[in-house]
Design a binder for this molecule. Structure first.
Ligand code: OSB
Ligand code: MG
Length: 375
């Protein structure tokens, strides 16, 4: 394809309920959308990508304004320079043409995602079909933030279970761990339950974390720091709850190291964190070959990222429910038609590309900044 134009659109989306993790409280989300206009054989299409960087560098080193700057100043120009040298753009070349930039995987992943959507639309092909996914639906889990009291938490969890979510994930941190898990187990019994610490503990907390063992959790996500792979391997010997890594898995290489060293028995795959859907697929394949279960994480995506995640989660190695809830879990108004969770599942989109696009009115209403970086 030929890339005609690349626009970076920042949207502002209020959350229906504050979302508190061990690293921050969010009351709104500012996703950065990448709109690529591309032409092949006289046909022009629009492809959409979504950058999952948060506003602040609290979950990862990347953050919204930095990602926008990276795209504008380095990543888009690199891709266009390569095109200007006479090459044809494909989704696969985005990673290679931007490989000279160290890191910034969320920004790179967003550009690749938009090119991937455009390429699939030019092929009239759905992303799920391209991946070889045959499932029509995937199980839908929900991530529940830290609340100010146990009764508030139980109200949240009860609401999500009533809606039909297939799995509950509780955010934990020191001082909000054993008691909330105990309370949820006592009130709701044997529901599929897991916890996410977002790096809030140290290896010396192993005796405390062992107190989670009796609650039969599916997994504990990222208990220790991002670069503590060895410590996670040691912790895995000291607790019974399976360890799942999120923040640590920034690449295919990191996934290979974590598997080799026994640092994770389960991996949370977030396409943005690893540089895009193509790398995400490779991590899935690697994990599957090693008998390591994977599931699809979430970054409070708009309908665009949510739709792409649903297709990815249709791959056979995704054996645990993902953080792929309905749009309504976070937003009263999504930029696309809302993704709907019903009976514990979300439907795999079957339209061309990711199968969704922003609604013009919603996009106009939510946009706070838009720049054509090719002008
Ligand atoms: O650690 O999985 C995480 C949201 C933002 C940053 C990190 C995480 C999360 C979530 C929400 O848990 C997942 C979702 O989008 O539903
Ligand atoms: Mg996590």
């Amino acid at each position: 394809m030929h890339i005609d134009r690349v626009e970076l659109i920042t949207v502002r989306m209020p959350l229906v309920h504050p979302f508190t993790t061990s690293f921050s409280t969010q009351t709104e989300r500012r996703p950065l959308l990448v709109r690529v206009t591309a032409t092949r054989d006289g046909r022009t299409v629009t492809g959409w990508g979504e950058c999952v960087a948060l506003a602040d560098p609290s979950y990862s080193p990347e953050y919204l304004d930095g990602a926008r700057e990276m795209l504008r100043r380095f990543l888009v120009p690199s891709l266009l320079d390569w095109q200007a040298a006479g090459h044809t753009v494909t989704p696969e070349v985005v990673a290679t043409t931007t490989a000279h930039v160290v890191g910034h995987r969320m920004a790179k992943g967003a550009l690749e995602m938009a090119v991937l959507d455009a390429g699939l639309r030019l092929d009239d092909r759905a992303f799920a079909d391209h991946l070889g996914v045959t499932r029509d639906v995937v199980p839908s889990g929900v991530s529940v933030g830290i609340e100010s009291s146990i009764p508030d938490l139980l109200a949240q969890v009860g609401g999500f279970l009533d809606e039909g979510y297939a799995r509950i994930k509780l955010k934990i941190q020191p001082g909000w761990d054993i008691e909330p898990v105990r309370a949820v187990r006592e009130r709701f019994g044997d529901v599929p339950l897991q916890v996410d610490a977002n790096t809030a503990y140290q290896l010396s907390d192993a005796p405390l974390l062992r107190r989670l063992d009796p609650f039969d959790l599916l997994l504990i996500e990222q208990p220790l720091a991002e670069d503590d792979l060895r410590q996670h391997a040691v912790l895995a010997q000291q607790i019974a709850t399976p360890i799942c890594l999120d923040e640590s898995i920034v690449s295919v290489q990191a996934a290979a190291d974590a598997i080799t060293w026994g640092a994770a028995s389960i991996i949370n795959i977030k396409p943005g964190r690893v540089g895009g859907y193509l790398a995400a697929r490779r991590i899935h394949d690697l994990a599957q070959a090693h008998g390591i279960a994977v599931w699809c994480g979430g970054m409070l995506e708009t309908g665009i990222g949510r739709a792409a995640n649903i297709a990815l989660a249709g791959l056979p190695g995704f054996t645990l429910p993902g953080d792929i809830s309905g749009s309504g879990r976070f937003y009263a108004q999504d930029v696309t038609e809302p993704i709907v969770m019903k009976d514990g599942v979300v439907a795999v989109p079957d339209g061309p590309g990711f199968g969704v696009e922003p609604l013009a009115d919603a996009l106009a209403e939510l946009t706070v900044d838009a720049v054509d970086v090719t002008a």
